[in-house]
Write a protein that binds this ligand. Structure first.
Ligand SMILES: [Zn+2]
Length: 319
């Protein structure tokens, strides 16, 4: 094992970093308890490094990314899952989305210098709401759920969302951290686990299921909930703990079935053509106002920070 250095609250990454960008579905024995474990390594490091937000905001954006990565496996062919959090705090907005083919992106809208060392939902977002949208592509219905933002962290808010909006018993734990490597730059890692009681094969999109009808079902759910709540943050992002070992650690008494993981990648759908189309909607004088001294208009993608340049008529100038 490579030399490693353990800093307070941080894990060290040795040469054995087994974390990959994956969402792994599981089912507790033969019960209706189904869930996903998410591990984000290079993908979340790319997303968070592009922004360089204050740490508290990076953690929140990382949690949002874990959340959509965990829930996105219910997406059909060309669908997209969009999480949007809005509030009246210094971080007024957090956005994350995932496409059916695993393209993940996430960002936040932050105020000036007020963030400082603030952390957590209430300090950063304040009073707010959470909206989850499932866009199933052109011909399909768009599904949208909205709840108040409840809880100290995003995992608790997610549990509240599913209970309120879809009547699905849900337990969630998310973790985001910076891992230090001797002689190399720190890297971001994120992970999470979500388990739900979903009696039908239809999955989490089936609304209004009358769940937990019997004592046996309540017992099954209570056990699963307690096991997931026992997960420690470092277990979720520990590069030396595989997803299978984590699930076995949690559910070995009841047995757990692990399904094929779904790869996740940091990928943004922005391109110059899309931005040109937006610029076309502006009037000539509005475009003039955006034009800089050298005669160009600069636009930076809010998700991936890719810079684009256009001329005063809104046509792309090659890099
Ligand atoms: Zn982009």
């Amino acid at each position: 094992m490579a030399a490693e250095e353990l800093r307070s609250n941080d894990l060290a990454v040795g040469s054995t970093d087994s974390l990959e960008d994956l969402a792994t579905p599981f089912q507790v024995a033969d019960t209706a308890v189904r869930g996903r474990v998410v591990r984000l390594a290079g993908a979340i490091d790319r997303i968070l490094s592009a922004h360089a937000f204050p740490d508290g905001v990076s953690e929140l954006v990382g949690e949002a990314a874990v959340f959509v990565a965990a829930m996105g496996s219910s997406l059909k062919f060309d669908g997209k899952l969009i999480l949007q959090i809005n509030g009246d705090g210094p971080a007024r907005m957090v956005l994350a989305d995932l496409t059916a083919d695993g393209a993940l992106r996430a960002t936040a809208g932050v105020g000036g210098d007020e963030i400082g060392v603030r952390r957590g939902l209430s300090e950063l977002i304040g009073e707010g709401r959470m909206m989850l949208t499932v866009d199933q592509g052109t011909d399909m219905e768009r599904y949208q759920g909205v709840t108040q933002l409840e809880g100290a962290d995003l995992a608790t808010a997610a549990e509240f969302y599913f209970r309120q909006s879809e009547q699905i018993p849900t337990v969630a734990r998310f973790a985001v951290g910076r891992l230090s490597r001797r002689g190399a730059a720190d890297v971001w890692r994120a992970g999470g686990i979500i388990a739900q009681f979903v009696p039908s094969e239809g999955g989490v999109r089936d609304r209004g299921i009358a769940t937990l009808q019997s004592d046996a079902e309540r017992e099954i759910w209570a056990r699963a909930e307690a096991f997931v709540r026992s997960t420690q943050s470092d277990e979720l992002i520990d590069p030396d703990l595989s997803v299978n070992d984590l699930l076995f650690r949690l559910f070995h008494e009841d047995g757990v079935r692990v399904f094929d993981p779904k790869p996740i990648k940091a990928s943004c759908s922005c391109n110059a053509g899309k931005i040109e189309a937006v610029l076309k909607r502006y009037s000539r004088s509005e475009l003039q106002e955006m034009t800089e001294a050298d005669g160009s208009i600069s636009v930076v993608c809010e998700f991936c920070r890719t810079p684009y340049r256009f001329d005063a008529d809104g046509r792309e100038i090659g890099q």
